[in-house]
Unconditional design. Structure first.
Length: 184
């Protein structure tokens, strides 16, 4: 009986014994871009919409709602624009928590440093403390895809972002991240 168990172990791929951390790392490494719908909560305010992230550090989010809010980063700058504001808001990406979320190498490096991945019924997650930023990244327990994050924005509000209808490695046009196209 011992020999049968030994043979079965040898026949099965070794990755069945990998940890959730390794599965998350593998999934993140193979992800070049991700398209998703989101719900974002800042304090009592809730917004939703659709985003595309292209690693490294590019994002385009179109929010639902009457003001047609847009958030876009070309990897260096982050622009927020909507019909509600008279001028667009522009930030250096490096000065925002999104700089960390959009940096796959940073996430992988920090994942390597994490001793233990925490879990809930539906997600795995880990915490990153970097400079003045505290970031929690959540991953789906079944697919190991990124499922959301919590951060603190530039105004010190806690921002919870939950992702759904996730697609990875879809065909995208990199011109989508051209900031000038979203500035009035």
């Amino acid at each position: 009986m011992k020999y049968l168990i030994f043979i079965l172990i040898l026949l099965y791929p070794m990755n069945i014994f990998a940890s959730s951390k390794q599965f998350i790392k593998n999934k993140l490494e193979e992800t070049d871009n991700i398209s998703f719908k989101f719900i974002q909560k800042i304090g009592e305010k809730t917004e939703q919409g659709k985003c595309i992230i292209s690693y490294p550090k590019k994002i385009l989010c179109k929010y639902d709602g009457i003001y047609k809010k847009i958030l876009v980063s070309n990897g260096r700058s982050l622009v927020i624009n909507s019909e509600k504001i008279t001028n667009y808001l522009r930030y250096q990406l490096k000065d925002t928590p999104l700089n960390l979320i959009l940096d796959k190498k940073f996430l992988l490096d920090n994942l390597d440093r994490v001793e233990t991945i925490q879990e809930t019924d539906e997600t795995f997650f880990f915490e990153i403390k970097h400079n003045k930023n505290l970031l929690n990244i959540f991953f789906d327990k079944k697919s190991y895809e990124i499922k959301g994050w919590t951060t603190t924005d530039v105004y010190l509000n806690t921002v919870e972002t939950k992702l759904f209808s996730i697609e990875t490695n879809v065909m995208i046009d990199e011109k989508l991240f051209k900031i000038q196209d979203y500035i009035n």
